[in-house]
Write a protein that binds this ligand. Structure first.
Ligand code: SAM
Length: 502
């Protein structure tokens, strides 16, 4: 079995990319919303189990030089790829180990343990080991993130998986397996006699979904030998047996009755009281197939009541834009703010309008709530307003925006700047990636596509050259004024993409 997993990932490596929802800053932020104080991201210890080639861990290590990172993975091929990246980036705060998690026996404790995309694809003894390791090696204020396939959602996907496995059972070569699996599903979706039956619709939707996914994903998500989905309550029972405690899911919004009619919510409260039963019942309601759960050590104190006071200790960012050049801060007139995807946000209270104006100019930087409130209050003019009431109003509104997906909250100071300094410096990962291709990661821990015109400039931005030197090297044929204009515009664009550190 182990050999099968190793071979599968060695021969067909997983494309390992930054996973924002696993970032310690995100875990710490969710934890603080629930009254749990996690370790400072700028000085923490992180372990990733099943780190593949380190695409998630390496950008974190590059952003937080005073934190330490350990990744383990069974696939020596993937670990060797990651080790080459680490060497090229000159990082000394990260180690990737090619080993079986069953053999990992370091005594160190970790503030954050990430096990993403592994639990459901390994046999039960390895699953138990993942949770046992979290229990043994989490620091007292530590948080583990474990993702896993859930029932009842995966029950339906299992039908598709089993059909594909059946038809590819004798095919050894991974590429040929994926091709044949795709062809099988396409055939079934097309040939199913009753296309409008539940089965017909399931096949069609699954075929559409899988057609958009790359080969490595189809192989590891659907065709691995092991793929065990569990009910949320079963998972929590395993967690409790290991003396761990369920804290939350990585997307807090999934824990709220968003989108449910009041009548449904009332019934839910009656028939599924308490957090665990409610979470389980929501999975039935939504046919959930995947969870990313945060775990802490048993006995840790929590207060899950979401309150605006918690927001006051956090940083805020939102990708909102102003619609009009001038926003009326003197009245309760409703103003519209826009998101890049066309969504609109209406705000009428002056303190909220002032804060959104500030956030629009600062994106993607997250600014401390207190600073946001102070700057917004200043824009409204001192004396005229009740600052304490405004502060509470703003915190409630930010919490509401966060829970509707319109505003981000962060615990840690961002590891990037919006405006470049006199010797501009881009993040090390993007500088290394730019000459090789467009795929990279920004300092918000997102996979990004580097823009063609910016790729050649990035390697020059290593913090040793002045702006004039960079511009002369990059635009040798332009006049000095034109160079300056080009450089200012490009640096502004890189800043907005969270690619600059200085
Ligand atoms: C689907 S990939 C997920 C990679 C990455 N965490 C992500 O989510 O993008 C699962 C990884 O777990 C590793 N793995 C499987 N069994 C393992 C074990 N027993 N010990 C260590 N790593 C293991 C595989 O080699 C593979 O790289």
């Amino acid at each position: 079995m182990k050999a099968a997993i190793r071979t599968s990932y060695d021969e067909f490596p997983y494309r390992s990319v930054p996973l924002r929802q696993t970032h310690p800053d995100h875990l710490a932020t969710v934890a603080s919303l629930f009254g749990f104080d996690a370790a400072d991201v700028r000085r923490c210890r992180v372990l990733e189990i099943g780190c593949a080639s380190g695409g998630n861990l390496i950008p974190m290590a590059a952003s937080y030089p005073d934190s330490t990172f350990v990744g383990i993975d069974l696939s020596a091929v993937q670990i060797a790829q990651g080790a080459a990246e680490i060497k090229a980036l000159g990082l000394s705060n990260i180690r990737l180990l090619a080993m079986d998690i069953m053999a990992f026996d370091q005594a160190d404790t970790f503030d954050y343990i990430i096990a993403h995309g592994i639990y459901s694809w390994v046999p039960v003894p390895v699953q138990d080991r993942i949770l046992a390791l979290c229990a043994a090696q989490l620091a007292p204020r530590g948080i583990a993130l474990v993702s896993y396939n859930t029932l009842p959602g995966w029950r339906m996907l299992a039908i598709v998986r089993e059909a594909m496995l059946y038809q590819t059972r004798d095919v050894e070569d991974p590429r040929a397996r994926v091709a044949q699996a795709r062809a099988t599903l396409d055939f079934l979706a097309d040939a199913v006699p009753d296309k409008n039956s539940a089965y017909g619709r399931l096949l069609r939707l699954a075929a559409e979904h899988i057609r958009q996914k790359p080969d490595y994903y189809v192989l590891h998500e659907y065709l691995e030998e092991t793929n065990e989905a569990v009910y949320f309550e079963q998972f929590v029972a395993r967690v409790v047996a290991q003396h761990l405690r369920y804290l939350a899911d990585t997307d807090v919004r999934t824990m709220l009755p968003i989108g449910l009619a009041p009548r449904v919510e009332a019934t839910l409260n009656r028939i599924a009281p308490g957090l665990m039963r409610r979470e389980q019942f929501l999975d039935y309601l939504k046919s959930r197939s995947f969870r990313q759960s945060l775990l802490i050590r048993e006995g840790a104190a929590l207060d899950r009541k979401l309150s605006p006071a918690r927001v006051m200790a956090l940083r805020v960012a939102t990708p909102v834009q102003r619609r009009d050049a001038v926003v009326d801060l003197s009245s309760d007139r409703a103003e519209t703010f826009l998101f890049a995807d066309g969504r609109k946000l209406e705000a009428s209270q002056p303190i909220v309008k002032a804060a959104l104006t500030i956030l629009a100019a600062q994106w993607p930087l997250a600014i401390p709530f207190d600073q946001l409130h102070a700057e917004a209050a200043e824009r409204l003019g001192s004396g005229a307003r009740d600052s304490l009431a405004d502060r509470e109003l703003l915190a409630s509104e930010i919490l509401r925006l966060h829970l509707s997906g319109a505003a981000e909250l962060h615990r840690a100071e961002p590891p990037f700047v919006l405006a470049a300094g006199p010797r501009p410096e881009a993040g090390a990962v993007a500088r290394r990636d730019a000459p090789r291709g467009a795929a990279s990661a920004n300092l918000r821990h997102e996979p990004i596509v580097l823009q063609e015109g910016e790729r050649a400039l990035l390697p020059l931005l290593d913090g040793t050259r002045t702006r004039t030197e960079v511009a002369a090297m990059h635009w040798p044929t332009l006049t000095e004024a034109a160079r300056r204009r080009e450089l200012d515009a490009t640096l502004a664009s890189l800043g907005r993409q969270a690619l600059l550190v200085r």
